[in-house]
Design a protein around this ligand. Structure first.
Ligand SMILES: Cc1ncc(COP(=O)(O)O)c(C=O)c1O
Length: 328
């Protein structure tokens, strides 16, 4: 289900966009540059999430927020799970930021490794949950252990949380613990990456943080209006909730059929993709050859070799399984 097709294929969504697009696209600019907190989307989101607007920061996609946070001068060292969403590495490496990668296949691996790592209050740890790598979500218990072991601030990237068994994610924790910065995106939740809408929730006070999201902020008025209307429309919320449920079902068809496969490992995913992890390069190449012409197939070949399958409809899941039968 490519991001554009849900909006095009669903009649109600298509009609909704057609009806409101002129309102979104009138060319006006409706921010008060002297008062960042009067931002209409910020207010709508605060109301929707039932949290104080001072704890929410908007960005042009969560990518802008990731970049800005990693490049703040307040961190001593940045720790990051690996493999991780490539933008983190690009920022850390290209900008020569002092960092350490913690390689882990599973969340259990990560928690075990963290116990031997020394950290300070000025350090930042970045992890995604569900993980960008495998879709595995850190359990609440693991998060509490991480908070005990790690002394600094923890950026939890919840880009995929809407596909998980716990859609609320760590919002309550983020409100009650200033060491958590929670990152969210409209890209996966609403198949709307083109609108570039992301936000963080944190009670941590970081000097000048709001100023790093260029005044008034870098979400266009058009995208902000789109997002405001979307989050306030119950009918649309229901459509997306049902669509995500369907994606989860089609993801689990693949997991249930492949979990005992001898050619690769599959971790239970709570995201809109599933990852095949290989020990042997030969199996990896063979598998990629079988799948590569299908949409939504990505291969990664660094320290860990894996193939990500972005979930679509049931036919797609069945096609994947059929193709992989040839490995037997
Ligand atoms: C884990 C993770 N975080 C953040 C992002 C960036 O999302 P956005 O479109 O909001 O910039 C992605 C995009 O793929 C992602 O996988």
């Amino acid at each position: 289900m490519a991001s554009s097709s849900v909006w095009k294929d669903n009649t109600i969504l298509r009609k909704w966009l057609k009806k409101y697009s002129l309102d979104f696209l009138d060319g006006n600019f409706n921010y008060d540059l002297t008062d960042y907190l009067s931002d209409p989307l910020l207010n709508a989101l605060a109301k929707k999430l039932n949290i104080d607007k001072e704890y929410i920061y908007l960005g042009a996609g969560s990518s802008q927020i990731i970049t800005n946070i990693l490049n703040l001068k307040v961190w001593n060292k940045i720790f990051i799970t690996s493999p991780e969403f490539g933008l983190y590495n690009r920022n850390l490496e290209k900008n020569s930021i002092n960092h350490v990668k913690i390689e882990c296949i599973t969340t259990v691996d990560f928690v075990n490794k963290l116990s031997s790592i020394k950290s300070t209050e000025e350090d930042l740890l970045c992890l995604s949950s569900p993980r960008w790598f495998s879709g595995e979500r850190f359990s609440d218990e693991q998060i509490y252990t991480i908070l005990q072991e790690f002394k600094g601030t923890i950026l939890v990237d919840e880009a995929y949380i809407a596909y998980s068994d716990n859609e609320k994610g760590l919002i309550d924790l983020a409100i009650n613990n200033a060491r958590i910065i929670l990152l969210r995106s409209f890209s996966k939740t609403y198949f709307a990456s083109g609108f570039r809408i992301g936000y963080i929730i944190t009670t941590k006070k970081i000097d000048g943080l709001r100023d790093t999201f260029i005044a008034p902020h870098s979400i266009s008025t058009c995208s902000a209006r789109f997002a405001t209307s979307l989050i306030n429309d119950d009918k649309l919320q229901k459509i997306f909730s049902n669509t995500r449920k369907l994606v989860n079902k089609n993801r689990d068809i693949i997991y249930d059929n492949l979990k005992n496969n001898g050619n690769f490992n599959v971790i239970k995913s709570e995201a809109n993709f599933i990852t095949l992890i290989f020990q042997k390069r030969q199996e990896f190449s063979k598998c990629y050859e079988l799948l590569k012409d299908l949409p939504g197939i990505q291969k990664f070949d660094n320290n860990i070799t894996f193939i990500k399958i972005w979930i679509s409809n049931k036919e797609f899941s069945l096609k994947i399984l059929k193709r992989l039968e040839q490995l037997k």
